[in-house]
Design a protein around this ligand. Structure first.
Ligand SMILES: [Ca+2]
Length: 283
């Protein structure tokens, strides 16, 4: 059912894109810039220190274990790309459960029209195939129609855009299935392994095909492609209408959370990785 749903919305997207233009003046860029940066620095490698009660650092851990294995997350001193600590992620392969282990910052309010710059360093400590591994998600959950609820499973209830290994193995690309878009694919630059890799993802958010999508890996620009990168109310309405469901994208719509790590590891393989030097800038 889920596969059918994604296929349906992907196909519909082809027909619907560009037929629901928004007035740019209705979606002005935010009046105040926002910046969050975190290099996972702690004393005594304390994971808890990343979650202070004042909300100034990270919000939570997302963890879904496969049956028979327990994913792991910790603060380590080696390797690091910045300072004295990095985040270590160990994501076991998926079985009947989709394996996930990542760190999340929520409570954001990033509207259409914003320019979002997300950057981080990744160290993927395996040479095994990584096809479909997801590393970074920017999503809204409050925009989901509460009247529709979980009719399509919890996987689908937070629309957004994600960075995914694609192109057969290790070409990091921009995945848009949760907003009914196709993957913005690159095969120019394979993701280096067992070394630090700088990832810089810049978007100007738009619910039409005028969104800007720029991806730079280790200083190599691998994507610069205009495309929708924000949920479009008309697309969601039309997609769900095909299933006989009334769906109203909740307004105002904001991207509200960012997740980094193995936000999903659909491979059957164990993936050890490190993350450091994260920043998110909204203008
Ligand atoms: Ca650090």
């Amino acid at each position: 059912m889920k596969a059918y749903y994604f296929l349906t919305i992907s196909l519909l997207c082809v027909f619907c894109l560009g037929c629901d233009k928004n007035d740019p003046e209705e979606n002005p860029a935010p009046e105040q810039s926002y910046r969050f940066e975190d290099g996972f620095e702690t004393t005594n490698n304390s994971l808890n220190a990343l979650f202070p009660t004042d909300g100034s650092r990270w919000s939570t851990i997302q963890q879904t274990d496969p049956s028979g294995a327990e994913n792991a997350i910790s603060v380590v001193t080696n390797p690091v790309s910045e300072g004295g600590n990095a985040l270590r992620i160990l994501a076991y392969g998926s079985d009947s459960q989709l394996s996930k282990i990542d760190i999340e910052k929520n409570g954001l309010q990033i509207p259409e029209g914003s320019t979002v710059r997300i950057s981080a360093d990744f160290y993927i400590d395996t040479t095994e195939p990584l096809a479909d591994l997801l590393l970074l998600d920017l999503e809204c959950c409050n925009c989901w129609d509460p009247a529709v609820g979980d009719n399509y499973g919890s996987e689908n209830q937070c629309p957004g855009v994600r960075l995914m290994m694609s192109g057969g193995n290790d070409y990091l690309s921009i995945e848009r299935g949760k907003i009914s878009g196709s993957t913005l694919q690159q095969t120019r630059y394979a993701f280096p392994r067992q070394q630090w890799v700088r990832v810089e993802w810049t978007m100007t958010l738009s619910a039409t095909d005028s969104g800007r999508n720029l991806l730079v890996i280790d200083g190599q620009q691998v994507l610069d492609q205009p495309a929708m990168n924000f949920p479009n109310p008309g697309v969601f309405r039309d997609v769900f209408a095909q299933e006989g469901i009334d769906f109203t994208l909740q307004q105002p719509t904001y991207y509200e959370r960012v997740q980094i790590g193995a936000t999903a590891n659909p491979t059957p393989r164990t993936i050890p990785m490190y993350v450091d030097n994260f920043s998110l800038q909204v203008d």
